[in-house]
Design a protein around this ligand. Structure first.
Ligand SMILES: Cc1cc2nc3c(=O)[nH]c(=O)nc-3n(C[C@H](O)[C@H](O)[C@H](O)COP(=O)(O)OP(=O)(O)OC[C@H]3O[C@@H](n4cnc5c(N)ncnc54)[C@H](O)[C@@H]3O)c2cc1C
Length: 427
């Protein structure tokens, strides 16, 4: 079977919003740039508070990371809670840790409130220790979250083998706050809710200029202009154009996924039978999840568009045979890649470069919950003017040094690692 370059989530989301391009002039309270999770969450929460809102999207809803990700509804950030507090200080750090720990609940509540059909599973996530160092890291994370009262636990022995479905993992951190979903369906559902509340969505309307004219922002596209009191720039890793400094505040990295055809039978049923999404503790991690039709989805850091199909198939075979040898031969049906905004310290950045203009980037691969949280926080901040509504303080924009070089070095390292996995050197 040939491996198609197409995003599975697009294929599985039958109801996606359609919208025309902006033409002419439009006046709104708030103009949101980017129809991903952040922009849509901001728009939705602004509309709920009575604001008149429009969204300008360069392509179509979910074109960015929001429509292509793994669909892990993670609790917390990439770095462990103690480290967040050490980096940001006790007061700021503990607020951010608490907010992000509760973030899956916000995602679940929006899905319930707007009846979003997105293959949601609320059974948690499994972080799998692939060696003794990984185990020590997970034990420390577990202790840190338990100290904060979070419902996390280490699974070992038969409990671990049954939850993960692999003999290769001796211990895994089960985080019951988290879950999985179809990210394109979640994003499309947020857009449908925005439209239902009277928000105006425009596709194929890349912003090319942003100007302050008197008391209004002019958000300019090829065929139109939006005049707004306030603007939310939610273009994140996919930022296009020279009208914003945002793209210099992160370095881009990639993540690819490979999905099998739907799997049936006893061996398939034993893989992640509880519905959790999983990833291992390798630095160049492998993510593993199932979808509602029983497909096996594997993913890892790096770009798949720059790798030949045979390489991606060989890599997926290698990971599958390592973790789930009893499956036998698996057919891989599709592969796709997305871009992630990384920051050197793995923390996101919130900006207010001018009054009434907000921007964000640097979710470091954790945007389903973070985007939902930040979108709501931006809406609350714009409506109430209280910076306490934000999960962390605003920062001045600061260029990430040698961004191109960093991206290039990471991509090379990821590819070498994957080649090493295929050759069984590092697996
Ligand atoms: C492959 C992959 C796997 C991931 N896995 C996970 C995961 O499992 N869990 C998790 O929590 N996070 C994951 N992430 C991260 C997560 O997907 C992102 O952090 C999140 O989707 C970012 O959402 P966003 O709305 O901020 O930006 P995006 O979804 O990237 O949306 C930005 C939008 O802005 C638009 N845009 C850009 N420039 C302009 C312009 N000039 N004018 C108008 N519109 C513009 C883009 O077209 C795009 O649609 C993953 C990311 C990738 C790529």
């Amino acid at each position: 079977m040939s491996l198609r370059q197409e995003c599975l989530w697009e294929q599985l989301t039958s109801t996606r919003p359609t919208a025309g391009a902006l033409s002419g002039e439009l006046k709104v309270d708030v103009c949101v740039i980017g129809a991903g999770i952040t922009g849509l969450s901001a728009a939705l929460h602004l509309l709920e508070q009575g604001k008149n809102v429009c969204i300008l999207e360069a392509h179509e809803t979910g074109h960015g990371g929001s429509g292509r990700n793994v669909g892990l509804v993670n609790a917390g950030m990439w770095i462990a809670p103690d480290e967040v507090e050490a980096k940001l200080g006790q007061a700021v750090g503990s607020k951010l840790v608490a907010t992000m720990g509760a973030a899956p609940a916000l995602v679940f509540s929006l899905i319930d409130k707007y009846a979003i059909d997105c293959q949601l599973r609320r059974e948690g996530t499994l972080h799998m220790a692939h060696n003794s160092r990984g185990l020590a890291d997970l034990q420390s994370r577990c202790e840190q979250w338990q100290r904060r009262g979070a419902p996390v636990e280490m699974l070992t022995g038969s409990a671990c083998r049954e939850a993960t479905g692999t003999q290769r993992i001796a211990a895994a951190l089960l985080d019951r706050r988290a879950g999985t979903l179809n990210p394109m369906a979640y994003t499309s559902g947020l857009a449908a809710a925005v439209i239902q509340l009277g928000g105006r969505l425009f596709h194929h309307s890349p912003v090319t200029r942003l100007e302050r004219q008197g008391s209004a922002w002019w958000v300019i596209t090829e065929h139109g202009v939006v005049k707004a009191e306030q603007v939310v720039t939610a273009s994140n890793a996919y930022t296009e154009g020279e009208w914003t400094e945002l793209r210099r505040n992160f370095f881009p990295g990639f993540y690819y996924q490979v999905a099998s055809t739907p799997l049936t039978g006893d061996a398939a049923a034993r893989i992640l039978p509880g519905g959790q999404g999983a990833w291992d503790t390798r630095q160049v991690l492998s993510s593993i999840r199932r979808d509602a039709d029983g497909r096996l989805l594997l993913g890892s850091l790096g770009s798949g568009t720059r790798k030949p199909a045979w390489f991606l198939r060989a890599w997926a075979d290698r990971i599958q045979r390592h973790y789930f040898p009893e499956l036998g031969k698996v057919d891989w049906q599709s592969t796709w890649t997305g871009c992630i905004a990384f920051t050197p310290d793995h923390l996101m950045r919130l900006f207010e470069p001018a009054p009434g203009l907000l921007a964000v980037t640097g979710y470091n691969g954790r945007g389903v919950t973070t985007g939902t949280v930040v979108g709501k926080a931006f809406a609350d901040y714009l409506c109430q003017g209280d910076p306490q509504a934000l999960p962390m303080p605003l920062q001045p924009m600061a260029k990430v040094g040698a961004a191109g070089l960093r991206s290039c070095l990471y991509e090379t390292a990821f590819s070498l690692y994957h080649a090493g996995q295929c050759l069984r050197v590092v697996i």
